[in-house]
Design a protein around this ligand. Sequence first.
Ligand code: UCC
Length: 699
Amino acid sequence: MCIRMKLCCCGCCTLQTGTKIIGWIHLLSGFSTAVLNATTISLMTSVHESNHVEEYYTCIVKIIISVIWIAVSIPLLIAASKNSRPGLLSPWLNFQFLAIAGLGYGLYFSIVVILPAKEGSFIQDAPHMENSFEGDALLQRNLQRILPSEAFSAVKNELSMFGARVATDIYKLGRECELTPPYLKLQDAWANPQNKVVTCESWKELKRTSAREGLIALAYERDPKHQGFSRLIQMSKNYLFAPSSGLYSCPLAMTDGAAKTLEVAGLKNHGESFKNLTSRDPERFWTSGQWMTEKRGGSDVAGGTETLAVQDPNSKNMYKLYGYKFFSSATDADIALTLARVVDPATGKITSGTKGLSLFLVYVDQPSNLHLMRLKQKLGTKQLPTGELLLDGMTAELISSPGRGVASISSMLNITRLHNASASVSAMRRIISLARDYSQRRVAFGKLIRNHPLHVRTLADMELECRAGFSLFVEAGRLLSLEENGTATSEQQQLLRLLLPLLKLYTGKQCMKVVSEGLESFGGQGYMEDTGIPVILRDAQVTPIWEGTTNILSLDVLRALAKSEGQVLVAFNQRIQGVLDSSISPSLAECCTLLEKSRSQLISFAQKNPNQLEYVARDFAFGLARTLAGALLLEHASWSGAVDSDSAAAQRWLGQRDLLAQSLVSGQTTNHSTLSVQQLDDALVFDGYDPKNLLSPLF
Ligand code: UCC
């Protein structure tokens, strides 16, 4: 027997045993393939639900490969088990065939099964942005209801186009600002003093975009085609802009506030400031800062302002400012409004308190007299160059009557508070928009999370809170429009005075709650920086703080009540009465009863307990805000163009929410003396606190 024959014979024996083993391996593989197919099919069912087209096709391909594989392996198996007899295939051919098939299977197994198993074949679809105007049915319906139809038609396209931009190119600019925060450059490489804030290109582009889109101009041009509602239209556009703006909404808020202050002060044609603040020309457009807070704090402005203003002997209204501004947002502004105490040239004395404060306009570009001390390290709003400034003889122009600084800057505060509310409500809207889209893409426990009633219920609660805040925001925009076009009644002006602090405090607080809940709806992904979601929460946290904290604004509500001798509450009462007297659809009759009850409880509490109001100012303000929101939701739900969700919002808000805190309903504080309640508060807060235990400050 030649050596070749021997090899062949031994080879055949080995082959026969080998092919049998391979055959059995195939049989096992066939079964595992079948199991894989079953898994793939079940995956396909859920994938099919989630509309993941690519993944769906991948599954089909996997199944086809598996079926072919089974179809090939079974005859091979049969042939292998019979290959002791000459049959279908010769042993050598059979070996080759099986070897190739085995290789193919190995490849298939490693490509289709093992490789994906290492990283997991599943990729979660990210939440998608939507056109912010087209996706915001509530904004559209509210504008349609409030604006004259020609005005709505005139702006609808503009808002829709802008709604697309804020979800695309503007969002990218804003995101870039978050990723490339500003920094302070004190020197260049050769030690030449620089003293400047460096911002990224996107930040500068957002400034140009703001001008081109008329984000400030819209309110002041008072275009006749807006039919008196320019402010509401402008604020709607800013509301679309805010959540994508990389916090450029902040300099815009102060710019708007400065323009308003100059307008109210009759300084529209004084110098270039007003024209530039309201310009649509990107080359000409200016922004303004608001330098109020000093080291002693930003709430008690009268008690905290130490900046001195020394009059220029050669010019009546020109001064030199000396002081330290501790929180100045948007240090890259072109101008700023700031408070200072005028030094009496004769005596060198100043007046303390509010009466000593006057309002000044400064041009920021004074490098020798304005020193940027540092940029703040903040929890959020990192896009924004907030800094500490040393004013060292800055030239400034007095723009208020001496001693009327706080009253004059309140025009600015009211506008920035409206913008603050715009940021708060639009943050709620943005997170809800992303969360509801995500609910259509995310599968858990075998179905899309939009099909889990508990999840949708949670989103509906967020939506309700957003709608309530939104209704207050739109009402403020409507009333301010009327005031600015000269048609507001005195009652409407009183209501606006009350509404602005209510709006700011309520939306700022609720925004945190809703945005935090929103993050949770993305699970762990909501906590991951590169999803772009956590920044929404970080930035939201500033809204209850700046422009007056919740308590300061609750006290502002009382200030408005006292200064107007109760007229703001009369206006509140009348606004609600107007809603109750309007034609409310019969299905919402129960809402009227609930609204009436809440209103009368509030007013009666204020009348019976004037001395308690300061202690419960926060509860009182929340009660006013929630009750007014209920009336506005009801009014909107009764409009002819309302849809089911509008009725549901009114019904749930008035029927299922506690509009008033227990302290107001039960007169909790009135059952005891305020003193004893305060003693209990003290006991709760300072239980175990002992100065002897104190070690050192945190940082
Ligand atoms: O600057 C900051 C950060 C800037 C960032 C801005 C970006 C925001 C946009 C966000 C968008 C993304 S934070 C600074 C935070 N600080 C504040 O907001 C101040 C908080 N404190 C207050 O609001 C206080 O309540 C004060 C300062 C207004 C209270 O001071 P006084 O000294 O107690 O003032 P009075 O005596 O109560 O009021 C003086 C005058 C009165 O008028 P007359 O003299 O005619 O009786 C008040 O009626 O000012 C009038 N007044 C008002 N008028 C006071 N507040 C108002 C008001 N809200 N509306 C109309």
